[in-house]
Design a protein around this ligand. Structure first.
Ligand code: MRU
Length: 372
């Protein structure tokens, strides 16, 4: 079921981003800005190169951003001159702050960097070389965990789909956004593995077209039936009863269940309510931000005017026109039928259900489901 990278065989779980060598090695990642026309890897040997790859969306999607940030930190201390672990810890904090400026909304990036800093503190008794090795191991462990988490999300979510369902999704929350086969798309992949013959309608996702370029490509390569629509066709396809469920990913979920995801997700949730179509968010627990009281506390990335004013490499708007380009929006918890995680499913999410899911046991280890 794994997608195929043209000319390179099946995309293996580690292929979106991978580490090559020991703690002095480098990261390689698929340049997602060039898909679907070319499937090329970028080599990141420095933290600055990783920062740039994150900023321009060569690597993107919340879980993949966490792994990229962790590997970026390993790159950032490769040439550290620190002779003591206390000195290395200072370098780690500096590099962490730098990576935090790359993109603001996906909380997984911050979560991963916090985790790396914590591990560094806990292991400050180690010599510098051993501490650097320990941090690489942690980054690789995050990648490994993400694989297991994707599988558990897929299993928990697939139970909500029926034979022959058509799922509308937005942006790309698949293999290209994670270390395995995604979050929202994991639900689709798993349902198909179970023989449910689920098809997908992919919204193109203006302005950067992650739906058209990435989701459509990934699903086609995996032989999952997919139909591409422009974003403004969603109401029409729901009215025509072509959509049985909307399943999207998330970049940050506040403690009351309000969810930040790619711009356009909020609109889909309103349409889904109007047409009585279930609206599901699929995300790992690492996407929960329990410090954020609600969606208003989530920072929304603002991006450049050229992404909106251009189309296919050509300027299509008057040069002087004002442009507004928020990259994400907030779907209120009240619009969400259920949040699907590796720990289980929270139906009609609210503050209490979010807290209990967040604190609950990780069922992904034994693949059992704790539904609420
Ligand atoms: O700007 P992007 O492409 O990084 O936005 C990605 C999304 O909005 C995804 O839906 C989200 O990160 C979930 S990925 C499993």
């Amino acid at each position: 079921m794994a997608p195929v990278c043209p000319g390179q065989g099946a995309l293996m779980p580690s292929d979106t981003i991978r580490w090559v060598g020991d703690e002095n090695g480098h990261a390689e990642l698929i340049d997602q800005t060039r898909l679907p026309l070319e499937c090329e890897y970028i080599t990141c040997r420095t933290i600055e190169r990783m920062w740039e790859a994150i900023r321009v969306l060569s690597i993107r999607g919340a879980p993949a951003l966490g792994i990229a940030a962790a590997m970026g930190l390993v790159l950032g201390i490769k040439d550290s001159r620190a002779e003591t672990s206390a000195g290395l810890l200072e370098d780690i904090q500096k590099q962490k702050q730098y990576l935090e400026t790359s993109r603001p909304t996906a909380v997984n990036l911050f979560w991963a960097l916090e985790r790396m800093e914590r591990v560094a503190r806990e292991n400050r008794h180690l010599p510098v070389a051993a501490l650097r090795r320990r941090l690489l191991d942690e980054a690789l462990a995050m990648q490994e965990e993400d694989r297991r988490i994707c599988r558990a999300i897929g299993k928990n979510g697939a139970e909500l789909l029926h034979h022959g369902d058509c799922v509308l999704t937005h942006c790309n929350a698949g293999a290209l956004a994670t270390a395995d086969y995604g979050t929202a798309l994991a639900v689709v992949y798993r349902a198909n593995e179970e023989g449910k013959r689920v098809s997908v309608i992919a919204g193109e996702t203006r302005p950067l077209l992650q739906g058209a370029r990435l989701t459509a490509w990934e699903l086609k390569e995996s032989a999952i039936p997919v139909t591409l629509i422009c974003d403004n066709m969603a109401a029409r396809v729901m009215h025509e009863k072509r959509v049985d469920a909307v399943v999207v990913g998330a970049d940050r979920i506040a403690s009351n269940g309000d969810t930040a995801n790619k711009i356009g997700t909020y609109g889909l949730s309103v349409l889904a309510m109007w047409h009585r179509v279930p609206f599901y968010v699929a995300a790992p627990i690492s996407t929960f931000d329990m410090q954020a009281a609600d969606g208003d506390a989530i920072p929304i990335e603002q991006r450049g005017r050229e992404e909106v004013a251009c189309w296919g490499g050509h300027t299509v708007a008057p040069p002087e026109v004002d442009v507004y380009n928020p990259a994400f929006d907030i779907t209120p918890a009240g619009n969400i039928t259920a949040i699907i995680t590796e720990k289980g499913v929270a139906s009609a999410p609210d503050r209490a259900k979010m807290a209990s899911l967040h604190a609950g046991p990780d069922s992904s280890q034994n693949n059992t489901k704790t539904s609420q």
